[in-house]
Unconditional design. Structure first.
Length: 256
């Protein structure tokens, strides 16, 4: 049994990697009067007078949403919201295990940036932060920027920042070993999505996206223009020539 078969079997056994657990003791009728009605009315009244008290009296302070539309899932690409759910659950497990943060996976059946923004804004009162996950570029840039501007809680897009920063750190370390400067290095990026287009660094940074190895260049877009330039319309192997670094961040099967 290989890793994929075992993972499939375990997911069938788990039927979800998360569960809801009670912090409040509910052993008798008195316990219920404190956790629910009538006692619960008191914190409700306090929060009504001062909404910031939600951080004091509810789970908001230590609960975030992990939100995706399933359009850029790992190396699988646009596989849809339902298929993205195992990844979102997995990310929530990481938040809980390594950060002690409660995280709720949410997948959205829409690709419309404005609709995604509207939904996330409507959900925001529940959460202390929003982690956007696996939303394709360049839409993810507009979505994240708008939410950062319009919400009063932290908003973070994992691929634009988490993956991009980790990749850039690797590039900087590798260039240091060969005594080259990031500012002048030629970096070829295979995959001008969120992780590829943001944080590439480098003086010259040809980008290719979509069917890069089949000869297509990156579509012009705000996020992709950050990298400096799109690659000319020829094979990725040719673009490697004279380059100091190749960052392969495209979908599965891209490049050549």
């Amino acid at each position: 049994m290989d890793v994929y078969e075992k993972a499939l079997l375990l997911h069938e056994q788990w039927q979800g990697k998360l569960s809801t657990e009670l912090k409040a003791k509910l052993e008798n009728a008195e316990d219920l009067t404190y956790a629910y009605t009538p006692g619960v009315a008191r914190p409700c009244m306090e929060i009504s007078k001062d909404p910031s008290l939600a951080y004091k009296y509810t789970s908001k302070a230590n609960t975030i949403a992990v939100i995706s539309d399933g359009t850029a899932v790992l190396g699988l690409g646009d596989i849809g919201p339902e298929a993205a759910m195992p990844v979102m659950e997995g990310k929530c497990c990481l938040f809980k295990k390594f950060g002690g943060v409660n995280a709720v996976p949410i997948v959205l059946d829409t690709k419309d940036p404005k609709e995604i923004i509207s939904i996330v804004k409507a959900l925001a009162p529940t959460f202390g932060g929003i982690n956007l996950e696996d939303i394709s570029s360049p839409r993810c840039v507009e979505i994240e920027r708008t939410l950062i501007d319009e919400l009063d809680i932290p908003v973070f897009h994992d691929d634009q920042h988490g993956t991009a920063i980790a990749c850039l750190a690797g590039v900087k370390g590798a260039l240091r070993l060969v005594k080259k400067d990031l500012a002048t290095a030629k970096i070829v990026v295979n995959g001008a999505g969120a992780a590829g287009a943001v944080g590439s660094g480098g003086g010259g940074c040809p980008c290719c996206s979509g069917g890069a190895g089949r000869g297509s260049a990156a579509e012009p877009g705000r996020s992709r223009r950050r990298t400096g330039q799109s690659a000319p319309d020829h094979g990725l192997q040719i673009r490697h020539q004279g380059g100091d670094v190749v960052r392969s961040l495209g979908a599965s099967g891209a490049g050549g």
